[in-house]
Design a protein around this ligand. Structure first.
Ligand code: PLP
Length: 426
């Protein structure tokens, strides 16, 4: 294990790294080529990880090797390359299954990302199961991709979209949740971790309460899987969905996990090649899981790249990284809290990675622009969670979201950049 250099002239209020023990952010950081560059003459500090995470060398190499040496369409070919590509793609499915601790490979459906996964469930399970007067229950902290698909469904079916409120720390109000569960509820669909607030929701409790009413639960895991060990059997959720690109993998690939009996009972989403058993003009019969939901040529390279990302995460050790990330977040929270006029939006005691904030009299976009000039990449806007902004009475926030490759020096750069923004705009 390499020795860990301490940050120089740190403006951070607390020591980092100690508790994470053997986890070495400097060593993992070296695996990410993009982080080695400068922006505006300053070393790049990448804190836009909730939007998308950077890719380790091994993922980039895997994609390169796939296209250079293994490219072929899968499942249907009898030739050598097709078999190699099929094995690699199906091997990635098995890796995802282990990563989520799902019971069977056929419970893992490859999709384009979280957005497509939620739309798939809304348009298949939802269209089959939801009728007039039924209710879909989501929370007030959802990303638009866990709101709009349900609105489309509710409009079509004459069903009602109900919302679990959040409190001023940005926590889901469990007592209000319980009150909203009833005989008309058909589905609960909630984020595991909020992308706008960082709140970590008590998914197991949410699932247990819904199951008492026989209601299935969909979990949007987009912001959880990069930071937490997720066990779908332990959570007992019915659907769990995430995007590969936030998990250090490629864009264009994501995962829908569903319990096998539920997936088997659902009609297909898209029709076409690969999802059929037989086709005549009179009748088509559908393939078994998971192919029934993977019509057409799938994102083969994306799936294989995601498998490489999961392999990499297994080597890094997500559990150890999570301890380090927890320290990083609490240190950053303390540092930002000391900045005059800065308010953190989302102060739940159980949070992951995300620091959303506003600074009095400075627009979040202006903060983002000054930070960019300092080489610090953050996001400014509503983060596709406009109802969250409405709840907190702000048009937008600046969002810094950490990953395990961020270091104390990155946080120093953020804090210094924020002081600079205050200097410039006040
Ligand atoms: N859900 C959450 C909580 C997210 O943060 C995001 C993206 O930021 C999404 C869903 C949508 O993910 P994608 O754009 O990869 O489909």
């Amino acid at each position: 294990m390499s020795t860990v250099p301490q940050p120089l002239a740190s403006v951070l209020p607390c020591p980092l790294i100690d508790r994470a023990g053997p986890f070495d952010p400097y060593r993992v950081r070296a695996d990410f080529p993009v982080l080695k560059q400068s922006v505006c003459g300053k070393p790049l500090v990448y804190l836009d990880n909730a939007a998308t995470a950077q890719k380790p060398r091994v993922v980039i190499d895997t994609l390169q090797r796939y296209y250079a040496c293994e490219n072929a369409n899968i499942h249907r070919g009898v030739h050598h390359l097709s078999q190699i590509a099929t094995d690699a793609y199906e091997g990635a499915r098995t890796r995802v299954r282990h990563f989520l601790n799902a019971a069977q490979d056929r419970e893992i459906i490859f999709v384009r990302g979280t957005t497509e996964g939620i739309n798939l469930v809304a348009q298949t399970w939802g269209r089959q199961q939801v009728g007039e007067g039924d209710e879909i229950l989501i929370s007030a902290m959802e990303h638009h991709s866990n709101i709009v698909p349900w609105q489309i469904l509710c409009e079509e079916k004459g069903a009602k979209l109900c919302v679990i409120p959040i409190n001023d720390r940005g926590e889901l109000m469990l007592d209000e949740y319980e009150k909203r569960l009833n005989g008309r509820t058909r589905l609960v669909s909630v984020a595991h971790v909020s992308n706008a607030l960082g709140t970590l929701n008590p998914v197991r409790e949410i699932v247990d309460l819904a199951h008492r009413w026989g209601v299935p639960v969909l979990v949007d895991g987009a912001q959880a899987v990069p930071h937490l060990k997720v066990d779908v059997r332990e959570l007992d959720c019915d659907f769990y969905i995430f995007s590969g690109h936030k998990l250090y993998g490629p864009t264009g690939i994501g995962v829908l996990y569903g319990k096998a009996d539920l997936l088997a009972s659902m009609p297909p989403y898209h029709g076409g090649g690969n999802m059929i058993k037989s086709v005549t003009f009179e009748k088509t019969t559908y393939a078994d899981l998971p192919n029934k939901f993977e019509a057409g040529t799938p994102p083969i390279a994306g799936g294989i790249g995601l498998g490489a990302a999961i392999n990499y995460l297994n080597q890094v050790g997500l559990d150890r990284a999570a301890v380090y990330e927890e320290d990083l977040l609490s240190c950053a929270t303390e540092a930002l809290s000391r900045i005059p006029g800065l308010s953190i939006i989302g102060t739940a005691p159980r949070k992951v990675s995300v620091l959303s904030f506003v600074i009095e009299d400075i627009h979040p976009h202006d903060i983002g622009t000054v930070l960019d000039q300092e080489g610090v990449a953050v996001r400014a806007g509503h983060h596709c969670a406009q109802p969250v902004m409405q709840h907190f009475g702000v048009p937008a926030t600046t969002r810094a979201a950490t990953a395990f490759y961020n270091t104390p020096e990155d946080l120093d750069a953020l804090v210094r950049g924020l002081h600079k923004a205050i200097e410039v705009f006040r």
